[in-house]
Design a protein around this ligand. Structure first.
Ligand code: GLY
Ligand code: MN
Length: 463
């Protein structure tokens, strides 16, 4: 945990956006897997972690914008809890660790909120994303679970996004640290990329690296020689020489900050000529985007710059044709790059996605585009120092998408469909780093996993 002053300061900053009312920030409860007491690994809500720091279930925090009080609702352990799970400090002692002096039993929360409602005070709450908290909010505030999202406080959402978007020095240190765990995971996966190895063996090994460093993975591991499936969680195949293995994976730090990298390795250690040509395009797009990333530019512009690098590379290979700028304007590159360049990263791998992606990634000045491909860009707005973002261009040959576009002769002035046909067995390549926007540019968070052709070939398949 950070020291108590950090959490106090964050709540004080939040108060500056409000004149009245109160914020209710719900922590998460345990979630059952297959029977009530057999639970998934506990994951605290990230907004609760940001303002109240305590990483255990069944807590709720109140930030009162009128009295200036913060209250933590939660229960001390029962003797049964102590027998089965061990003793823990009291709620009061734990609350003091995050600078909160008022604690009350959880059962008193409903009464406290009913009193506030009676006085006509506004209760700001966030959109719940778990069934348990949707039902809990319904019981607390009388708002039907199905309507919780639309009744969430826009003012609270916007105030939190403004705060969490700018990472402070403690958060940056956490991101650097966990990015280094990501480095270890990716070097290991790359080295294990050998003919005959079961994908699951590699996925399980790198998941173990995340766990051995104190947290979980930051999202389910994506690892497959079918890298053209963007989020492929199927690890059932056995690797074959001549294929590419795409690995998109990250870890969570003990304080729950996320890492997220993607690397693509040639099974057995040597790229074929065709693979090298496509890999170099993605690498150029990654480096080009990194070089352009600085305060003042929008990430939508950086995304389109990466798209132009991809379209230029594919045109040079005869896969695309015509004027590159016009091809990107028309969205022809999205046949091969159908996702966005990146997203914010922090306490969530897609940071604050629970608060609404368009509010996190866009503003009045920069609006989401609705063109296929760019429409998937999660982060488009103007960059500021302190933003942590991913840079993850990719190039894929997705047979079903190629067939669909080809049938309609879609954008055929920019696409050589007869050449594309010969790449349908290629798979996909994505190269993802984590960037911190600095005062005059950006830097890579943590140690950059091997990425040049020479670095990747010297690691791939060596274990
Ligand atoms: N690394 C998974 C994602 O960015 O969606
Ligand atoms: Mn990512």
């Amino acid at each position: 945990m950070f020291n108590s002053e950090v959490y106090k300061r964050r709540r004080t900053e939040l108060r500056k956006s409000f004149k009245s009312g109160l914020a209710l920030i719900l922590g998460n409860s345990e979630a059952s897997m297959n029977y009530p007491s057999n639970t998934y690994h506990f994951r605290q809500d990230s907004n609760f972690l940001y303002f109240f720091g305590l990483d255990f279930p069944d807590l709720a925090g109140i930030v009162d914008f009128e009295t200036g009080n913060d209250i933590l609702f939660g229960d001390d352990l029962t003797i049964d809890d102590i027998i089965w799970m061990g003793d823990q400090p009291s709620i009061r002692d734990r609350a003091l660790l995050v600078g909160v002096e008022n604690t009350r039993p959880q059962a008193k929360l409903a009464e406290y909120l009913a009193e506030a409602i009676k006085k006509g005070r506004q209760i700001h709450f966030l959109p719940p994303y778990r069934g348990e908290n949707k039902m809990y909010l319904e019981s607390l505030l009388g708002i039907p679970a199905a309507k919780a999202k639309e009744n969430a406080s826009n003012q609270l959402i916007r105030a939190i996004i403004a705060l969490r978007s700018i990472k402070d020095s403690g958060e940056i240190a956490e991101l650097d640290k966990i990015a280094n765990v990501g480095y270890e995971m990716h070097v290991k996966a790359m080295r294990m990329a050998r003919e005959g190895r079961w994908e699951q063996t590699i996925a399980g090994t790198i998941e173990g690296i995340a766990l051995a460093n104190g947290g979980m993975t930051s999202f389910p591991v994506i690892l497959s020689q079918n890298g053209q499936i963007l989020h492929n969680h199927d690890h059932s195949q056995t690797l074959k020489n001549g294929r590419l293995m795409l690995c998109d994976a990250g870890a969570e730090s003990i304080m729950r900050y996320a890492s997220d990298h993607t690397r693509t390795s040639p099974v057995g250690g040597k790229f074929t000529t065709r693979q090298r040509e496509i890999y170099e395009i993605v690498l150029n797009a990654n480096n080009g985007a990194m070089n352009a990333t600085k305060p003042g530019i929008t990430y939508q512009e950086v995304h389109l710059l990466a798209a132009r690098v991809i379209a230029q590379g594919l045109t040079d290979l005869g896969i695309m044709k015509g004027n590159v700028d016009e091809a990107v304007k028309a969205g022809a590159h999205a046949l091969f790059f159908p996702h966005g360049l990146g997203h914010m990263i922090g306490l969530d791998v897609h940071d604050m996605e629970d608060l609404g992606q368009s509010l996190v990634g866009y503003d009045d000045e920069t609006q989401p585009m609705d063109q296929f491909g760019t429409a998937s860009l999660r982060m488009g707005r103007k960059l500021q120092p302190g933003f942590a973002i991913t840079n993850e261009p990719g190039l894929y040959f997705i047979p079903a998408l190629i067939d669909m576009w080809k049938k309609d002769n879609k954008l055929s002035q920019f696409i050589n469909y007869n050449v594309v046909e010969t790449y349908k067995d290629f798979g996909g390549i994505r190269l993802e780093d984590m960037l911190l926007v600095t005062d005059d540019g950006c830097r890579i968070l943590g140690k950059r996993p091997p990425i040049s052709i020479a670095e990747v070939e010297s690691n791939a398949g060596t274990e």
